[in-house]
Design a binder for this molecule. Structure first.
Ligand code: NA7
Length: 536
């Protein structure tokens, strides 16, 4: 076996991967980033379906480096995928990344070489790179989920998963569109389709608890004025539990008189975005009655907008299917209004489940819904799916898939026992899913960069999470999750959206601050929970 030709190979050119590349190169390390897509942006490369846009408002969803934001302007408060792609080009221009990035390069496997303390990384095209450290930044939504519905292959029209949308686009104008799934992606496609399609069938299994986006155009003047506050906003987002910079109220729902509480709900609603979810009362996700109060407010908002009470009841039933906010809410603009249009039809799959796809459309137990475009807005094998899709073989040849077969095991959501020198960012048992992406890319990313400084300065060539630390972290994740209402929904947070996947909390549910404190304590204590080795 030969010595490594790289210090670090990074996989994935989204927020986390580009941040690592920029900072690790500055340490003088030999770094290459491999990206499966033909462009930068991670999920913003893949998710180019009509209406795809981010759920975090300007300036929360960008890097905090002034060299990037001082000359950058957005068009809208919640930017669309095209704007995000332009932003990633800008990042590339300013940080000068492209020479160290290989696009169109999907990593298929990685094999640990114990003798040399390095990984051999293999690509689908058959290339191999040898690297001391492997940093996986594949994101939480790298593996799309297409449910196994009988008859899909017989469909005569066009079908696509939202995350595999053709880069050239599909024109929705004048089509008969059926959308399976009403998560964030489904809501966005339905809104766009409702405006131009001849007919839209929305096949809903679980009602989404969508919040008002409160989208606005942004002028350059407004942004120039706001930029004076940017450093404080970026600093604040690192000190919240969600990475969003919404002020956290620190008050419980019923500590506040009802009138004041309703006013506060309304204020959060008008603020838009995730304010109602991440900036509300502190007991929203832990107290059933508090949660129900928020749900009832949300429900009243939907019923105000949807004219047909029977349709409104399917979208926002009197009895919630699960507690409010334990599935990630999506943001909507005119989603609920669309159901007042003649060309939009809502199908309640709880009453009449899908039986099959037929050449002409979707057959439920009650009806046949004709369509010529079938959109699978059916989500992802989230958090772990992208990682275990790579055939990673650690010490003893065990695969990561096998290591996690009965449930995820990591230390600090960063690394797993048996997989030395392998780090993942925004991965399982880290704040991913509950944390704003760019914030996490920076704060978790800084910890990883500091780790590399330590490894470089001490000549450490091997670091591995211990089995004990992994068990401890897993127990902590689960015990915190059990104090919340999260386990009460079949969500991707719980791995419960994928048939056969172990049901468990996949994200760190204790908030960003406690997470960072745990990471810092480990580092301060000589990277407690990791075994470090120098050669010889
Ligand atoms: P989500 O939020 O996982 O939504 C997937 C949707 O697809 C959801 O409504 C599911 O219903 C539905 N689904 C999945 N499988 C089926 C089958 N077999 N039949 C009918 N309906 C089905 O994915 P998104 O892409 O919308 O969003 C993912 C994240 O990206 C989101 O949280 C944001 O952070 C951005 P279910 O609720 O399981 O009953």
């Amino acid at each position: 076996m030969t010595a490594p030709d790289h210090d670090v190979v990074i996989v994935g050119a989204g927020f986390a991967g580009l941040y690592q590349l920029h900072h690790l190169r500055r340490l003088g390390l030999r770094v290459t980033l491999l990206e499966a897509g033909s462009g930068l942006g991670g999920i913003w490369y893949w998710n180019c379906y009509p209406g795809a846009r981010v759920d975090s408002h300007v300036p929360l969803y960008e890097y905090s480096d002034p060299a990037l934001w001082q000359d950058w302007y957005w068009d809208e408060r919640f930017p669309d995928w095209q704007s995000l792609r332009r932003y990633f080009h800008h990042v590339d221009d300013v940080w000068g990344l492209r020479d160290d990035i290989r696009l169109d390069t999907r990593v298929s496997a990685g094999v640990w070489d114990e003798a040399e303390h390095c990984w051999e990384v293999r690509t689908e095209a058959g290339d191999a790179l040898r690297t001391r450290f492997l940093v996986l930044c594949t994101g939480f939504a790298a593996k799309a989920h297409v449910p196994d519905i009988p008859g899909l292959a017989t469909f005569d029209g066009v079908w696509s998963h939202t995350a595999h949308w053709p880069q050239g686009g599909i024109d929705l104008t004048g089509r008969r569109v059926a959308v399976i799934g009403t998560g964030a992606s489904g809501v966005q496609v339905v809104q766009e389709a409702a405006r131009v399609a001849e007919h839209v069938t929305v096949l809903q299994r679980t009602p989404i608890m969508a919040l008002a986006m409160q989208q606005r155009r942004l002028s350059r003047e407004d942004q120039d004025e706001a930029k004076a506050e940017y450093p404080a906003i970026f600093e604040r987002r690192t000190r919240t539990n969600s990475g969003f910079a919404y002020p956290e109220q620190g008050v419980s729902t019923f500590d506040v008189p009802e009138g004041e509480r309703l006013e506060n709900y309304e204020r959060l609603w008008q603020e838009g975005g995730f304010a109602f979810w991440a900036g509300g009362y502190s007991d929203l996700i832990v107290d059933e009655a508090a949660n129900r109060a928020a749900y009832d407010f949300w429900r009243s908002k939907v019923h105000e907008r949807v004219h047909d009470p029977a349709v409104a009841e399917v979208l926002a039933p009197a009895e919630p299917p699960h507690p409010f906010g334990v599935k990630r809410p999506s943001l909507e603009q005119w989603y609920y209004d669309a159901f007042n249009q003649d060309n939009v039809e809502l199908v309640d799959l709880r009453r009449s489940p899908i039986e099959s796809i037929v050449p002409t459309g979707v057959r439920t137990t009650a009806d046949e819904h004709l369509c010529d475009l079938l959109v699978m807005a059916t989500g992802f094998d989230a958090v772990t799916g992208g990682l275990v899709s790579i055939d990673l073989r650690g010490r003893n040849g065990e695969t990561l898939r096998k290591h996690w077969a009965d449930g995820v095991r990591t230390h600090l959501g960063l690394s797993s026992h048996g997989f030395p020198n392998l780090v993942f960012l925004y991965g399982p048992q880290s704040p991913s899913g509950f944390c704003n992406g760019p914030t996490c890319a920076e704060v978790q990313g800084d910890w990883v960069v500091d780790l590399f400084v330590h490894l470089r300065d001490t000549g450490t060539t091997r670091i591995e999470a211990t089995a004990e630390a992994e068990e401890e972290w897993r127990a902590l994740v689960h015990s915190i999750a059990d104090m919340t209402l999260f386990p009460r929904a079949d969500s991707w947070y719980m791995g419960a959206n994928i048939p056969g996947k172990p049901r468990e909390m996949l994200n760190w549910p204790g908030g960003l601050q406690l997470y960072l404190a745990s990471c810092r304590e480990s580092a301060a204590d000589g990277y407690r929970g990791f075994a470090l080795k120098c050669p010889g």
